[in-house]
Design a protein. Structure first.
Length: 479
């Protein structure tokens, strides 16, 4: 059996900075580091990603190359342009699981061509709380019976080309009203309620053959005070015991405030790593931030010390390393080529929900109302203005903050058609105040997030996401 040090390295999936592998990372991969997770900071285009993964594989065959590519608002491959596929909520709104399979297969083929072996998607969460700050359009919907077939379809499509799917964030983040990137959410759920609602999509993903499941940093009081990532009842009792999952359990990023913050940032990573392994996790994701070698050293040292003291059985660590290694299987051969947006655009058109008369009466004023993207999505191109500028000559674009009502009212005087574009307006009081201030203007609303519970009765288009193709579909409809 490999040494505890080697096994500890083998369960780690760190992030890193740059579009080529730093020397420290190449050395550790050659020595047995489990793998890496790629983020937008590691991406220029598909050709560059393929070269990067080839560089990693040149150090050791079988290295796990993960990416956080959900499509829609959370994209890494298309961080510079916006996603070529609509996100989960749009696919759920389109209502055709076969279409979801096709879209996921197109994404899987592209990831395989880029040399990716593991995709941290799909979200098996549900959109359950209007105040939810982090899931939103990343889920396929709020009804477990309707969302579950799409979760299963996505797993099937993605894995067609050998890229492992990862259903997340177990046991389901959608009812939380806090973001686990910065706080520790407590789910207002009993085990019976979870079984009837949140766990249904995860069960569907498991039946579809999902090769991995990601734990969420979420507390269920009936399971104890520890979040699922560190909770043996959650991972071993429920996920493996009740749901019968036999693949790899991947943690959400351990440096997130919900977990490491409980122990202090410096010591938190190592301690969280040990407790996650004890609970039944296999691969430890450290990818939310760009890590350096000393962060990995701290995790390895803590794991080895736990084995030496008897706190962490060596057999448990070896099991975790074996399950992690299984995610490094080379994907099906595919060639990097131009990104084809036609399928994604078709799906985005089918997702649109139209209310009232939304046709333009001449070139419009487009008001793109900027709000901060979620931490999970990060900065990326967003807005309807560039699309309508291309499609309708004479279009004027205003990119505003929610406090710019006076400028919008003044500009609107010159146009017969005004289009106001928002992103989850119901979660932003200042955006709602802006819409109220514009009540004297006849405008078409385009909502690119989760529609709110009371969003007025004016003409509007709901896109259910802010991807390139979702915005393009809305623009094409208007034009």
């Amino acid at each position: 059996m490999p040494s505890p040090e080697q096994l500890a390295e083998a369960v780690l999936l760190p992030g890193f900075a740059g579009t080529t592998a730093p020397d420290w990372l190449r050395r550790r991969i050659a020595a047995g580091l489990g793998g890496v997770v790629l983020f937008g900071r590691n991406v220029v285009d598909d050709e560059q990603v393929a070269a990067l993964t080839a560089q990693l594989r040149g150090e050791r065959d079988g290295v796990v190359v993960g990416i956080d590519e959900e499509g829609g608002d959370v994209t890494r491959l298309d961080v510079n342009t916006g996603s070529f596929v609509p996100g989960p909520l749009a696919l759920g709104a389109a209502g055709d699981p076969e279409l979801t399979t096709a879209v996921a297969a197109a994404l899987g083929e592209r990831l395989a061509a880029c040399g990716v072996t593991l995709n941290l998607a799909p979200c098996a969460d549900l959109t359950l709380a209007a105040e939810d700050p982090i899931i939103g359009v990343r889920a396929f919907g709020s009804d477990p019976a309707k969302a579950s077939p799409h979760v299963a379809a996505y797993v099937t499509g993605l894995q067609k080309y050998g890229v492992a799917a990862c259903a997340k964030h177990f046991p389901g983040h959608g009812a939380a009203t806090e973001d686990s990137h910065v706080a520790l959410p407590v789910l207002p759920r009993t085990p019976a309620e979870l079984s009837e609602i949140e766990l249904v999509p995860f069960a569907a993903a498991i039946r579809a053959g999902a090769r991995s499941v990601m734990s969420g940093h979420l507390v269920v009081r009936a399971w104890g005070d520890e979040p699922a990532t560190l909770n043996r009842t959650a991972l071993t009792g429920v996920l493996r015991g009740e749901l019968g999952f036999t693949g790899a359990v991947i943690t959400d990023a351990l440096e997130m405030g919900a977990v490491s913050g409980a122990y202090g940032r410096h010591d938190g990573l190592g301690r969280s790593a040990v407790r996650a392994l004890e609970a039944g996790a296999d691969a430890l994701c450290l990818g939310g931030a760009a890590f350096e070698a000393d962060h990995l050293d701290a995790c390895v040292a803590a794991i080895v010390a736990a084995v030496s003291s008897g706190e962490l059985p060596l057999e448990r660590l070896a099991e975790a390393a074996s399950r992690t290694a299984a995610l490094g299987t080379d994907p099906a051969p595919a060639k990097v080529g131009p990104v084809d947006r036609r399928l994604g655009l078709e799906a985005a058109h089918r997702a649109l929900r139209i209310r009232g008369e939304v046709r333009l009466d001449g070139p419009p004023l487009v008001v793109d109302v900027r709000t901060e993207p979620t931490i999970a999505a990060g900065p990326m191109p967003w807005g309807l203005g560039p699309h309508l500028t291309e499609l309708v000559p004479g279009t004027r674009v205003l990119t505003v903050t929610p406090d710019d009502a006076e400028a919008v009212l003044e500009a609107a005087k010159e146009f017969r058609s005004v289009v106001v574009v928002t992103r989850e307006a119901h979660r932003h009081p200042r955006v709602r105040a802006l819409l109220t201030a514009l009540s004297t203007v006849d405008f078409i609303r385009v909502e690119t997030g989760v529609p709110g519970p009371d969003d007025g009765d004016g003409p509007r288009i709901d896109t259910f996401g802010g991807s390139y193709v979702s915005l393009r579909a809305a623009a094409e409809y208007l034009a």
